[in-house]
Design a protein around this ligand. Structure first.
Ligand code: NAD
Length: 492
């Protein structure tokens, strides 16, 4: 099923090379079985990858091609992904442990959508004329001053990705950078590295020039060496706030541009007039579809006191009805956590909350009848104090907390009282009021009554506070990978 003959090697300068760090087993979190071995970079591999990308950018054809020429190679890569779709989806399921509805959409199709969007956006002219001005010169003459601004690639971009959405995030970052003419070094999570090698295979088959995409798998050491290297111009990182802060520090001495897409503790506000069933369904999807391993998941459920009890009983029933099991089974609606250590972490955070006297409504344990796999039941706490650790820390597991509120103002205050600022949601029959409230939320994104139905490529995504800075998607997402040069001239 999974044909990753090349993954035990790294992809550097257009060739598959044996890795100095050997190989590491990759485990299916549902079965705990080894699904393959992935190469781990050693210091010499990091050096080779950076030198290759630097040379490919400084001397190679890619940055000098026009957008049309680049688009034809990138579109060929997309066709390869689509041709290999069944294989890639099976790989994502086995590696990341996401259930079929999530694998089909967010994990795979969304990545293709974003890539296609970036290719189109990058076709726009890179040169924009600026207004002509009549200028008085110091020697008393008058002249016409004019200028243009030119968008140019930043240079060598380092993409570091997390384990949870490996194909979509790798493809989104790579295509934004490549479409604008950059060279890319992709360092995936060693927990889910294979999708990055699939991107490398597509690059090789489509004829991307050597060095324009290098894939270097590895852990902290590899990431640290790359982020410190002065030959890299930009780091685009998606992961935890803790690692985001480390990367910012590692990149600081060389003044690299950083785009940091970090964690969240997003609030879903359910007003008294909101559609309770739709809101509970949205919370259910957030907390179970990828076992809560989603950065923008609604983990704080802020519910008006008049409907709180009804909401809690509705969501509890939904949680208890979720079919937990192997994501390869199309009937499963919730899969495992990525590793045993992650489940231990979730478990200890839940146990601490129970010890602290927070009211556990459902879950809080491993499901019975599943002897293998890192499963954990969807878990709900009610009547939670927003100051308690379970309401403040990112858990990255299937754990939600319900917090009551009496007024819209109080709901906004609670929602904003968080170290994070990634996403948020509001359910209300009064869309105008919901929009007013959305304007007051200190987050990078807000979904009203379920949002627009998908993660649209047009909608910039990213956070503030400990959720990071910079944007992915939308025009802003593409611009992160370019810089603006002004060229001034005059008509004499
Ligand atoms: P993580 O932060 O542990 O690791 C992310 C990546 O950073 C991995 O590739 C890892 O090998 C690498 N890394 C670790 N230490 C490093 C260092 N010192 N220097 C350079 N690289 C280093 O995250 P994770 O556990 O893989 O993923 C979960 C986290 O990602 C959650 O916090 C989640 O909210 C976040 N996330 C955010 C978004 C978003 O768009 N905002 C999307 C998905 C996931």
């Amino acid at each position: 099923m999974i044909t990753l003959e090349r993954a035990p090697a790294l992809f550097i300068h257009g060739a598959w090379t044996a890795a100095g760090g050997g190989t590491e087993a990759v485990i299916n979190p549902a079965t705990e079985q080894v699904i393959g071995h992935a190469a781990i970079a050693g210091p010499a591999d990091v050096e080779a990858a950076v030198a290759s990308a630097r040379h490919a950018f400084d001397k190679g054809p890619w940055p000098r091609m026009n957008a049309e020429e680049r688009a034809s190679i990138l579109s060929a890569m997309l066709e390869i992904f689509e041709r290999r779709g069944d294989e890639i989806r099976a790989l994502i399921t086995a590696e990341a442990g996401s259930v079929q509805p999530m694998t089909r959409t967010m994990q795979f199709a969304t990545g293709i959508d974003h890539a296609r969007y970036y290719i189109e956006l990058a076709r726009r002219p890179a040169i924009t004329p600026l207004p002509v001005e009549l200028v008085d010169t110091p020697d008393g003459r008058r002249m016409l001053g004019a200028g243009v601004k030119v968008r140019e690639p930043v240079g060598v971009c380092l993409a570091i990705t997390p384990f949870n959405v490996p194909f979509m995030l790798n493809v989104t970052k790579c295509f934004a950078a490549l479409a604008t003419g950059n060279a890319v070094i992709l360092k995936p999570s060693p927990l889910t590295p294979f999708e990055a090698f699939v991107v490398a295979e597509a690059a090789e088959e489509a004829g991307l020039p050597p060095g324009i995409l290098n894939v270097v798998n590895g852990g902290i050491e590899t990431g640290e060496a790359l982020t410190r290297d002065p030959r890299i111009d930009l780091v685009t990182f998606t992961g935890s706030d803790r690692v985001g802060a480390a990367i910012q520090a590692q990149a600081a001495p060389t003044l690299k541009r950083c785009v940091l897409e970090l964690g969240g503790k997003s609030a879903l506000i359910v007003r008294a007039d909101g559609d309770l069933k739709a809101a509970a369904t949205s919370a259910l999807a957030s907390l179970t579809l990828h076992a809560g391993q989603a950065c923008a998941a609604f983990t704080r459920l802020l519910v008006h006191e008049s409907v709180r009890a009804e909401f809690v009983s509705m969501l509890t029933a939904m949680f208890r009805a979720v079919s937990i099991g192997d994501p390869a089974d199309p009937k499963s609606r919730m899969g495992p956590l990525i590793r045993g250590a992650q489940r231990d972490r979730v478990e200890s955070m839940v146990d601490r909350a129970v010890r602290d006297g927070v009211k556990l409504v459902t879950g809080g344990r491993r499901p019975t009848g599943l002897s293998r796999g890192f499963y954990y039941e969807p878990t709900l706490f009610d009547g939670v104090d927003n100051q308690s650790p379970i309401a403040r820390e990112e858990i990255f597991g299937p754990v939600g907390v319900v917090i009551g509120f009496e007024s819209d103002e109080q709901a906004i205050d609670i929602a904003n009282d968080s170290d994070f600022g990634l996403s948020g949601g509001i359910y209300s029959a009064d869309v105008g009021r919901a929009f007013e409230m959305a304007l007051q939320l200190r987050t990078g994104k807000v979904q009203l009554n379920g949002g627009s139905g998908k993660m649209s490529s047009h909608q910039p995504f990213g956070g503030i506070k400990r959720s990071g800075y910079g944007r992915e998607l939308g025009e802003e997402g593409l611009q992160e990978f370019t810089y603006v040069k002004s060229i001034a001239f005059h008509g004499g």
